[in-house]
Design a binder for this molecule. Structure first.
Ligand code: UDX
Length: 433
């Protein structure tokens, strides 16, 4: 099939590359000429395992352009994968989606299905379809379908090629058949066909449920600290229950990234707009906002102020395997430390450069965790990179001036720290000295 993709962010680019991988001819469109040039040269603008390799393997049927009209004109399917960033009030900004829809309407010259892959509020697909039909320049059959994406950063290619499910939100048999054909090459992935609004809701309900699960376990972890229980044992015990499952129960300093923070706020905003308060999601948001500050609170118990202190911050990305900083706890923690007069020694294997663009003053960047630890009065672990997990109590003891380690990701076995002279505090577990 001939497929065009509008937007080459995580969703657009990964979907485009994976559809080329199963044999389709795919043209990816982006408004940024520099990004298009980069992708034409075989480079991915995002840090994602095996993406460049697949780009190279499929270069005969994978094209990149800034010329949307050309790409959309004779496509069987046009996928909208542009961003839906958060507006100041928490609602989703749909300007890019509608802009892309308008361009598609002006360009298409043959029957096609326009697929909305971007995460959009329930009811948006109806609006996109109305807009496209109103703006059409040629008398063609066009229908909009919702086909949400469930990929996680760092595992995006695998999550797409071996998805848990493919959700097709369609309003006609014809659109369903077109999309079933597009996904034929994704063998063994269950396909669920619903109406458009249910498909839009499946995406939000899934993401918000996962966010809720994390906030719930973070609250239980906070309580574990107060009652002397151990969150690792507690989650282990909970996870044996198949109804609960053992995934997404890792306590820490809160969720970040481009989806959970935005999608929880967008659904909460939408429900408020409809005069319904989504209390559970609201609580998940509030708990997460507090959890991001948890290490700072712990640090203030050791040092009332940070003036003149050297603080090693290990990990800046919102999770390992990505250089993405969106909504990362580091964006709250590091500026607060700097504002309070600390000298921050930061380390992250891939997100350092991006972070430096945001925060240069008061931060020195190092090429290894050990270098960052040297002379530190305090260490905060914000991302569980393998290089951080590989550190030993001896490393902290040897290199830090005062070996106080505040671990926001529960990277180590507690017993390791027993009697080492390192003060080790983590989330939902006992303090070790
Ligand atoms: C998420 C969803 O997993 C994906 O299905 C959706 O399409 C987009 O949003 P992503 O944001 O890339 O993907 O990362 P994910 O691995 O889900 O982690 C999100 C955040 O939750 C990270 O900050 C991570 O550290 C945190 N997290 C995750 C926890 O704190 N505990 C957990 O148990 C799991």
């Amino acid at each position: 099939m001939n497929i065009a993709v509008a937007g080459t962010g995580y969703v657009g680019l990964v979907s485009g590359v994976c559809l080329a991988q199963i044999g389709h001819r795919v043209t990816c469109v982006d408004i940024d000429p520099a990004k298009v040039e980069l992708m034409r040269s075989g480079k991915s603008p995002i840090f994602e395992e095996s993406l460049e390799q697949l780009m190279a393997e499929n270069k005969e049927r994978l094209f990149f352009t800034t010329d949307g009209a050309q790409a959309y004109r004779d496509a069987d399917v046009v996928i909208i994968g542009v961003g839906t960033p958060e507006k100041k009030d928490g609602s989703a900004n749909l300007a890019y989606v509608f802009q892309a829809a308008k361009e598609i309407a002006h360009a298409i010259e043959r029957d096609c299905v326009v697929v909305v892959k971007s995460t959009v509020p329930i009811g948006t697909n109806d609006k996109v379809e109305a807009l496209i039909r109103a703006e059409l320049k040629h008398p063609v059959w066009v229908e909009v379908a919702s086909n949400p994406e469930f990929l996680a950063q760092g595992t995006a290619v695998r999550d797409t090629l071996h998805a848990n499910r493919i959700v097709l939100g369609v309003e006609s048999e014809r659109a369903e058949q077109v999309l079933r054909r597009m996904y034929q090459g994704f063998e063994d992935v269950p396909v669920l066909v619903t109406n458009r609004r249910s498909a839009e809701m499946i995406k939000y309900a899934s993401n918000d449920f996962l966010a809720l699960k994390i906030s719930y376990i973070n609250e239980i972890a906070n309580l574990c600290e107060l009652v002397g229980a151990d969150i690792m044992d507690v989650t282990l015990g909970m996870g044996y229950d198949e109804r609960i499952g053992n995934k997404f129960l890792r306590a820490g300093i809160g969720y970040g990234g481009s989806c959970f923070p935005k999608d929880t706020k967008a659904l909460h905003w939408l429900s408020n707009y409809l005069d319904y308060e989504l209390k559970t999601v609201k609580a998940a948001i509030e708990v997460n906002d507090q959890q991001k500050l948890k290490l700072l609170k712990k640090a203030r118990k050791h040092y009332p102020g940070f003036e003149g202190l050297t603080v090693a911050v290990l990990g800046l990305a919102f999770k390992p395997g990505t250089d993405d900083l969106r909504e990362a706890p580091s964006l709250h923690v590091v500026p607060t430390l700097v504002e309070d007069g600390a000298n921050v020694h930061a380390w992250d294997p891939v997100a350092q450069e991006r972070f430096q663009d945001i925060q240069d003053d008061g931060v020195t960047y190092f090429s290894s965790p050990i270098e960052a630890l040297k002379g530190a009065d305090l260490c905060m672990i914000l991302t569980e990179w393998p290089e951080v997990i590989a550190l030993t109590p001896e490393d902290f003891k040897t290199h830090m001036k005062t070996a106080i380690v505040l671990d926001g990701r529960n990277c180590y076995d507690l017993k390791q720290f027993m009697g080492t002279g390192v003060t080790y505090e983590s989330i939902g577990r006992a303090r070790m000295e």
